[in-house]
Design a protein around this ligand. Structure first.
Ligand SMILES: Nc1ncnc2c1ncn2[C@@H]1O[C@H](COP(=O)(O)OP(=O)(O)OP(=O)(O)O)[C@@H](O)[C@H]1O
Ligand SMILES: [Mg+2]
Length: 293
């Protein structure tokens, strides 16, 4: 971390401190500043969504937390230790499941379990643990199938089981349900809520889906448009858990939160787009806006 800020008043139960990070990428045309002063503290057991227009820098924030992308300024501190490389205490699930195609669901999860628990759990305990995590995501019936024998939703379930099986301090989800149809997506959201209720995981999820963000999150982090994207607003979602999607449709708090996110994305950030276009920047991003909701 190049610019530590030890005098900050960070609450005791903060497990992850994303402290004033800048991310700059080298490109053939010179350096490109993707993130500027992103500052966010996350408490144990919180479910945080990051939402923003396409290309604003959501995945870059997640990659910085995962230790896959270096920060040019500031740093990421998990449980008091600075993140400088990937590690099993930060398990990532990507939009396009990243299962090894020649291994079964069980074997895919087993790889991660061996990596984390190879020296501390016996073979029998590892097998039990793998099966337990596949059961949590309702994949126990198909655990000996390979990725090409199961649906997209089932592959994402295995990806989540693999991440959970590492017993991470924090679960990082980058549009985990983005490629799924609406019904499959709902069913995976329900599973994620059940798992969260049982295990009290700390989760950061990137999403383009406003309803998904409100349904699942304790707080929604809304990012400004890039370059030099940052946290625009943070919205608390004060809905009690467990949440039931049908009951929420007309709940005034739900409706309010939903419209706050839409207002941010389509009014506040839209204005920035308009200024960008006025200054002669590309108008292509305007077409991307529809992807958000
Ligand atoms: N390795 C890289 N080199 C150069 N530029 C990059 C690199 N990775 C990301 N960027 C740029 O940084 C910005 C943020 O990218 P990022 O992938 O974080 O956006 P995003 O919000 O996740 O977008 P989407 O919603 O489309 O997934 C974009 O302008 C992107 O082109
Ligand atoms: Mg992304």
């Amino acid at each position: 971390m190049n610019n530590p800020t030890p005098d900050r008043d960070v609450a005791r139960d903060v497990i992850l401190d994303i402290s004033h990070i800048d991310v700059v990428f080298p490109t053939p045309k010179g350096s490109f500043q993707a993130l500027a002063d992103v500052d966010l503290q996350i408490r144990q057991g919180e479910f945080i969504s990051i939402i923003g227009h396409s290309g604003c820098g959501k995945s870059t924030v997640l990659n910085a937390v995962a230790g896959l992308t270096e920060t040019a300024r500031g740093g990421v501190i998990l449980n008091g230790r600075e993140v400088d490389r990937p590690g099993p205490e930060r398990a990532m699930v990507f939009q396009n499941h990243s299962l090894l195609p020649w291994l079964t669901a069980f074997e895919n999860v087993a790889l991660a379990v061996r990596q984390v628990f190879g020296k501390t759990k016996s073979k029998a305990k590892q097998k039990e643990w793998i099966e337990h995590n596949l059961r949590l995501v309702h994949m126990d019936h198909a655990m000996h199938k390979r990725p090409d024998e199961i649906s997209g939703g089932m592959k994402q379930r295995v990806g989540i089981a693999r991440a959970l099986a590492m017993q991470p301090d924090i679960l990082l989800l980058d549009e985990p349900f983005g490629a799924l149809d609406a019904l499959t997506r709902s069913s995976l959201q329900d599973s994620l809520m059940e798992i969260k209720a049982e295990l009290d995981n700390t989760v950061i999820m990137v999403t383009h889906d406003v309803d998904e963000a409100v349904l699942l999150s304790d707080r929604i982090v809304m990012m400004t448009n890039g370059p030099a994207a940052t946290v625009g607003e943070i919205l608390d979602v004060p809905l009690p858990h467990p949440r039931e999607r049908m009951a929420l449709v007309e709940d005034p708090t739900y409706v309010h939160c939903r419209s706050e996110v839409l207002r941010f994305l389509y009014e506040k950030q839209r204005k920035v787009e308009a200024i960008g276009r006025h200054n002669g920047k590309s108008a292509a991003r305007a077409g991307d806006d529809a992807k958000v909701a």
